[in-house]
Design a binder for this molecule. Sequence first.
Ligand SMILES: [Zn+2]
Length: 116
Amino acid sequence: MNQRLSTRRVDRRPCIHEWCVTEHGATVHPDDEDHRSVGVALTVRARRGEDRGGGEETTLEIGALRRSDDPETWIVIETGIGVSLALTRDGARDLQHRLAEAITPGGPLSRDGIDG
Ligand SMILES: [Zn+2]
């Protein structure tokens, strides 16, 4: 068997987080060793809270992040409009639940009033 033709082997440490896609041990910068999930993209119309107008179409990317010095995993929402938010899993679940209650048909934020 010709050893020169064998695939180059990189020693990658297996990650303890099933959702992590970081190639541990194959990165250069220490920050690249953070545990990151695949991002889930969602295109929406959005604007920064302090802005006015109709906003712009942008892509939200939602994923998990756990930096090497974090004691817990964060759910991160990154946007294409210059803001991002990191929530604990419990906080993300609370936000999901509250949004669902508020904007579901019949919810207090589901419409603007009689006409909307
Ligand atoms: Zn990892």
